[in-house]
Design a protein around this ligand. Structure first.
Ligand code: FE2
Length: 345
């Protein structure tokens, strides 16, 4: 059994409808188009089984709670996704079933740490990992050109030549390609070593538009635009990071930092738990709590979230509010746990 794949948006940001029998999945839906998706599903009498996101997007608004509820299906994302609106976290090698057909999950970090590709019997949805004749930029926070080169050349290019490539973007109106033609002709990769690829990606000098930070912050936090106060992307990128070992050492020192956890209350007490002594201030409440937090002006503050993205935005907001001694826990609670550090629930 194979999955049928159709493109829905006919624009730069692509959404795909996957179907097998009467079961359907949406890949990378765009929030503004939810009613269109609902109409398509209803007209074709399809049951939406799940929504897949190839990664945390920076160029469109992803589903918020209302849109997810309107579609009535769970959202699946990479285990490293910073979003609080994920119903199931996926890992490399997971196999999903859609109407009897298998969809294999590949972890392909590089464009973002949470980039996934989805492999069906005859095709692969490549997100922003592999584009037609190109690849997704790797200069956003968490981007890694070397990891992307490895993912494309050792994972994607290992798929059969005839595998159809469906990317998350195309800026020239193209729809699909194949693994065989990308392996032969993609000028980012063909004939290039890993080091040459890293140098090429570092030399692209792509503009870093401020509005990207708005989309990222809304997508990362799960809140509405009006609810979030925005940090400048340059401030987020400049926020110093501490590893879990750095944070643990500082906590054991005579002047421990204040730990500020900016996740949702259900995440704070959920499966990942929290670091002992953390102060919970969800990102959407940060603005209101700034007057109280001003009392910590003489303390070191370490901001914490699930994967280190929401907290980077929070840290930039704190710095803008005049708190200068702010650090980000790199990789968030996921990294803290991967480092075998203690948590409370
Ligand atoms: Fe992207």
């Amino acid at each position: 059994m194979d999955v049928a794949i159709a493109e829905l948006n006919a624009s730069n940001c692509k959404t795909y409808l996957l179907t097998c029998g009467s079961e359907a999945a949406l890949v990378d839906p765009v929030r503004e188009r939810v009613e269109t998706y609902r109409a398509v599903l209803a007209q074709r009498r399809l049951h939406l089984a799940f929504v897949l996101e190839t990664h945390m997007h920076a160029d469109h608004l992803m589903l918020n709670r209302a849109a997810r509820d309107a579609l009535g299906a769970p959202v699946y994302m990479h285990d490293k996704s910073p979003s609080p609106l994920v119903d199931r976290h996926l890992a490399d090698g997971d196999v999903l079933t859609l109407g009897g057909a298998a969809i294999r999950v590949l972890s392909t970090p590089g464009h973002t740490p949470d980039s996934l590709c989805f492999v069906t019997e005859s095709a692969v949805l490549t997100g922003d990992t592999l584009l037609i004749g190109g690849s997704g930029r790797t200069d956003f926070p968490g981007g890694d050109a070397g990891a992307q080169f490895d993912a494309v050349t050792t994972r994607l290019f290992a798929l059969p030549d005839a595998t159809v490539v469906w990317p998350a973007h195309d800026y020239a109106g193209r729809t699909s390609s194949t693994i065989g033609s990308e392996r032969a002709d993609n000028r980012r990769f063909a004939g290039r070593t890993r080091d040459e690829y890293i140098a090429l990606m570092a030399s692209l000098g792509l503009p870093f538009p401020e509005k990207i930070q708005i989309a990222l912050q809304v997508n990362q936090s799960g809140f509405e635009e009006a609810e979030v106060s925005f940090a400048a992307v340059s401030d987020v990128a400049a926020l110093p990071q501490l590893t879990p070992a750095d944070v643990a050492a500082r906590l054991a020192s005579p002047h421990p930092p204040v730990l500020l956890d900016v996740r949702e209350p259900e995440e704070f007490t959920g499966e990942l738990g929290h670091i002992r002594g953390s102060l919970l201030v969800p990102l959407d409440a940060l603005e209101h709590r700034l007057p109280k937090l001003a009392g910590y002006v003489d303390r070191d503050i370490v901001v914490v979230c699930r994967a280190g993205a929401r907290s980077a935005s929070a840290g930039a907001i704190l710095r803008r509010a005049g708190l200068q001694r702010v650090w980000n826990l790199q990789g968030g609670m996921l990294e803290w746990l991967a480092d075998h550090r203690a948590v409370e629930h």
